[in-house]
Design a protein around this ligand. Sequence first.
Ligand SMILES: [Fe+2]
Ligand SMILES: [Fe+2]
Length: 315
Amino acid sequence: MEKSDINKIEDRVRKYQSEHLSTRRLKHIEGVIDTAVLLADRYGADRNKAALAALCHDMFKERDLDDLVREYGLSDKYLGSNNLAHGKIAAEYMKHELGITDDDILNAVSYHTTGRAGMSLLEKIIFMADTIEPQRDYPGVEEVRELTFKDLDAACALSCERTLEIVEKKGFPVDSDTKEAKGYFDKLISERSANGGKMDSREMAVMAAETLDIKKGDDVVIIDVAEKSGFTDYLVVATGGSERQTIALSEAVEDKFEEYGIVPRGTEGKNGSGWILSDYGDIVVNVFTEAMRNKYNIEKIWADCETVGFNKIED
Ligand SMILES: [Fe+2]
Ligand SMILES: [Fe+2]
């Protein structure tokens, strides 16, 4: 989506909100935008998508939605429940009226109240930004804020638990998505600690590749060399547009792994050689300048090995 299109959408949403939402709500939304952008930077997500989802997430929070629930053909369970319906309606409106087609943005808005199992990074960011933005002042918010910037999954687990408690206390219907999200995050956390906090090598390779892709590395590939190589399981390869970008890319992967307590055994090539190699044991990350990528042609050397897919962001 063009930046000018995004600006037009933002202007339209802000105008609508200034006419339909209380000052308190508008302040909350600005807080969620700021927090979502900080979290996007922290975890390597797209800050424009995070800002747009945050801007729209509560646009229908202060009106009766039954007419729109019917108009968009949503389930009857949303009738009479603004709390459950406002995210769903906002997502429908964004798709049909604002022409936003990016499913990740739409899902982040749609599930911001309930959460769900298998949430994407952007969904988790909006879910948590809504919970910890600066205006929030429930008991314990400071701890939740700190945890959100340290361990997003653990923060989501905690937040789902809190949501279930509050919903039950207030006598609202408990949404099955929240129950499933709670189960999903609890399982994820317990598996993580069972592995001593470690990811397996394939997860590491995918995480490195996604980070390189988000940070605009070119031609990112994962090569499964486990069968053929005695020294590692996966090679992750990317090209940077300049010497400086190769350093930024390899450092982005380093920062990402640092969140998981993983540090490279060694890094070579930051001295301007055009090839930075970071050895994480089970995976090796190689970031080249274009000239060096062509020269060494790693893919050709490992041509008989399979490559591994990962989620690429849209251009
Ligand atoms: Fe909301
Ligand atoms: Fe909100």
